[in-house]
Design a protein around this ligand. Structure first.
Ligand code: DI6
Ligand code: FE
Length: 398
């Protein structure tokens, strides 16, 4: 699909997409396809009238973790809140205990399973955060497990160091020393080893203050790493404006973002990553200011937030449905939010569109209109997935 003013999908009917050496070489109506595209060595996939979109880009996940939190979820169903559980040492910290205790092989096996589920649903690029180690060795292990899971699944994984996710128990009375650990050891080591592409922080009453997050993200910049920020998820802590001021690529969640925050993001070209899975799973009622993002021209991205506490969501398509039904995005905005608007948040300008020169990351679907990607719930119409020119799902030749 290409952007065109008269068609939000940029659809080309009866089209051919020609790929070689991992890149899209030609896209257009079959009748216009140059004869040179087809040689005796050409392999063809006949999609029988289905649709091709860019491979989906899930720009916000925490899919490397030990254990799960079904027990905590049952307690929340009985009335306990996410914040109460976190303040009592559960929540993120219970996943930290399980992740620290997990050996590398089991961490990798479970992460690979989750990544595989996303690929089954059309993802070819997935961002994965650390943040359940909260010590140097476990944070680095999570990042290297994320990279290995991507290599095994044959898709692109972009990694984000989230050392400032929660205060670990051993630093309960010494926040400053934990921030020193993040800024003086975790960020420099992750950068030196090439294990992180970006750095994120959780700016929230139950996590880190704006000043603490600013220190973390400024340190990231000093080490050449891009910045992201979990902002205004449970309360308006001024996180959106902070992300904008620090030149973050995105501010994420944003349910409680003020209009001033939206304006600051528009000015700074900071994208809004919307995570309707967490909104749904936590039973939130305050929606992010989607109308304001739209009118201010802030790019809207949709992601799964796949994690064990607030969004155990393995279907990017269900995230698209939630974005439309719960947040009021149009289907075209939602699909753009997982393709062309999502790739720049990861600094990956070579994908997210099906155009000549783009990386050949494609998802093929048995749907009659692309709005159906947002319409079905718990149905997976994927027929094939191509990552870097390789067919990674649905290899049936036509
Ligand atoms: N916000 C979230 O929704 C996830 N992290 C964050 O900062 C939740 C992580 C968890 O509960 O395990
Ligand atoms: Fe998150």
């Amino acid at each position: 699909m290409v952007e065109r003013a008269d068609d939000p999908w940029g659809a080309i009917r009866d089209a051919v997409v020609a790929v070689s050496d991992g890149f899209v070489r030609w896209v257009g109506p079959e009748v216009d396809a140059p004869a040179r595209l087809l040689t005796s060595a050409t392999r063809t996939l006949d999609l029988r009238g289905g649709w091709v979109t860019p491979g989906l880009v899930d720009a916000h996940t925490h899919l490397v973790f030990g254990g799960n939190r079904a027990d905590e979820w049952e307690r929340r169903l009985q009335g306990a809140t996410y914040e109460e559980i976190a303040r009592a040492g559960g929540g993120i910290l219970s996943t930290v205990r399980a992740t620290r205790a997990a050996d590398r092989e089991s961490l990798l096996a479970s992460a690979e399973d989750r990544l595989t589920t996303l690929v089954d649903h059309g993802c070819t690029t997935v961002e994965i955060k650390s943040g359940y180690g909260l010590d140097l060795a476990t944070e680095l292990r999570m990042l290297s497990v994320a990279r290995d899971a991507g290599a095994r699944a044959g898709v692109t994984v972009s990694t984000t160091l989230l050392g400032a996710h929660a205060l670990p128990p051993e630093y309960r009375d010494d926040r400053a020393s934990y921030l020193d650990l993040v800024c003086r050891e975790m960020i420099p080591e992750a950068a030196r080893l090439g294990l992180a592409d970006a750095v994120d922080a959780f700016c929230e009453g139950i996590a880190f203050t704006p000043a603490e997050c600013a220190r973390v993200l400024e340190t990231a910049a000093a080490h050449g790493l891009a910045a992201r920020l979990h902002a205004d998820q449970l309360s308006d802590g001024g996180g959106a404006a902070l992300a904008a001021r620090l030149g973050a690529r995105s501010a994420d969640h944003l349910e409680h973002t003020s209009l001033a925050g939206v304006e600051a993001m528009a000015e700074a070209n900071t994208a809004a990553v919307l995570l309707p899975g967490a909104y749904h799973f936590l039973g939130e009622t305050q929606r992010p200011p989607v109308g304001a993002f739209r009118s201010a021209g802030v790019p809207m991205v949709v992601a799964t937030d796949l994690n064990p506490g607030s969004s155990p969501l393995g279907s990017p398509l269900l995230a698209l449905n939630f974005a439309c039904v719960l947040f009021g995005l149009t289907p075209a905005e939602a699909v753009a939010g997982m393709t062309r608007a999502a790739a720049p948040v990861l600094g990956l300008e070579d994908r997210g569109r099906v155009v000549p020169g783009a990386r050949a990351d494609l998802a093929c679907w048995a749907v009659r209109t692309p709005a159906e990607l947002c319409y079905w719930m718990g149905v997976n119409p994927v027929t094939a997935v191509v990552a870097g020119g390789e067919v990674v799902r649905g290899a049936a030749d036509g």
